[in-house]
Design a protein around this ligand. Structure first.
Ligand SMILES: Cc1cc2nc3c(=O)[nH]c(=O)nc-3n(C[C@H](O)[C@H](O)[C@H](O)COP(=O)(O)OP(=O)(O)OC[C@H]3O[C@@H](n4cnc5c(N)ncnc54)[C@H](O)[C@@H]3O)c2cc1C
Length: 344
């Protein structure tokens, strides 16, 4: 699928989201790519329920609440999200635009690329099971998967989920109704997930729809690409064979810079140096905002990223609309901006 737009944003963290507003006020349309399955970056992935105290005008707001408010604020601009996709390659086209490719086959062609990749891409932690990589992403609904892109592919399958956090329990609850069988393993009889998810899982267990074992996965079995089962070990070291079509470990995420390092953008200590008038990298047309950039005096704060998004947008406008003039306007007094925001 090839999409043409004004701006392709890598990263739907708080800064990528706010950039949609600043670009939208200048009539620039955006597509955002994020490897996570939801918006918010560090705010929703690392501290959704923690209060933030230094967002201007919001004395106290949780990570999730801030993201919800940003989503509401950018709604009039109808940003297009590509979740669960890793931005993997960037190519310059002969007409001067960029082509951004993702691992899901999406291609976004745009005159401006904004890297809002924060600390890098969140990637799943692989459990320490020998040979597990031979079964990774073996096909729809079979083998080892670290994310669920389409629930329907797991219909009628024997599914084993490992982990004790929100992701593990959410997927147990969501996939149990369509699975042939659902088994959850966790190394202890207690969970880090939200209490209502734990209660729901316990109800499914009591109804015989989920089997729960205090155990860990020791080995994986099958032909390369075709998982047939795993060896489970209980806390008393007893081992047993468990047949399964799919194994979904949810052991948390690590942050790695990932493919951006291969995009040919100048990096310094894994950050993108930018100028502080435009927040453009040393490659014209590629901008970097939020935690991923570096400049003298940089503070990795959300409010700094918001300012960077505003200045980046002004510079991006001149690349996207070279023959148009840009007039500075306030949202309070410009009926033109208010129309775009849908408030007049
Ligand atoms: C525990 C904690 C508390 C904090 N408290 C505060 C606070 O009180 N106040 C404050 O101002 N700041 C705070 N911060 C910092 C703040 O969260 C960051 O400054 C902010 O999240 C940066 O936003 P961002 O959009 O630049 O990047 P991120 O939030 O890191 O989002 C970047 C996104 O890009 C995606 N991505 C990266 N590479 C790729 C790729 N190749 N393909 C697809 N997707 C990709 C990632 O998956 C991620 O979702 C805190 C941080 C932590 C960890």
């Amino acid at each position: 699928m090839t999409i043409e737009t004004d701006v392709a944003i890598i990263g739907a963290g708080p800064i990528g989201l706010f950039a949609v507003l600043e670009l939208g006020l200048l009539d620039l349309k955006c597509h955002l790519v994020d490897i996570l399955d939801r918006p918010g970056g560090q705010c929703t992935e690392l501290y959704p329920e923690k209060p933030i105290y230094d967002i201007p005008g919001l004395p106290i707001v949780t990570g999730q609440e801030l993201v919800n408010r940003l989503l509401e604020q950018i709604k009039p601009f109808d940003p297009q999200f590509h979740f669960g996709e890793m931005a993997t390659a960037l190519e310059k086209l002969s007409d001067g635009r960029w082509k951004l490719k993702t691992d899901a086959g999406t291609e976004i062609v745009a005159p401006v690329i904004v890297v809002g990749a924060g600390a890098g891409s969140f990637q799943p932690k692989r459990p320490p099971v020998p040979g597990i990589e031979k079964f990774e992403n073996a096909g729809d609904g079979i083998g080892v998967h670290y994310a669920v892109r389409k629930m329907e592919t797991f219909r009628g399958k024997n599914i084993l989920i490992a982990g004790g956090g929100d992701s593990a329990l959410d997927w147990v609850i969501n996939l149990a109704p369509l699975a042939k069988s659902m088994t959850l393993v966790h190394h202890r009889d207690g969970f880090r997930a939200a209490q209502h998810s734990v209660n729901q899982m316990r109800e499914l267990e009591a109804a015989g729809k989920v089997k729960f074992h205090v155990a860990s996965v020791k080995q994986v079995h099958g032909e390369p690409g075709k998982l047939t089962g795993v060896t489970l070990a209980g806390t008393d070291k007893t081992e047993w064979h468990h047949e399964t079509d799919a194994f979904l470990p949810f052991f948390g995420l690590t942050i790695k810079l990932g493919p951006i390092a291969e995009f040919g953008i100048n990096l310094h200590e894994n950050l993108i140096p930018v100028d502080t008038a435009r927040f453009e990298s040393q490659t014209p047309g590629i901008f970097a905002i939020g935690d991923i950039n570096s400049y003298t005096g940089k503070l990795k704060l959300i409010l700094s990223g918001f300012h960077e998004a505003a200045l980046m947008s002004q510079a991006a406008f001149h690349i996207c609309r070279p023959n148009e003039k840009l007039r500075f306007q306030y949202t309070t007094s410009s009926s033109n901006l208010q129309k775009k925001l849908g408030v007049s």
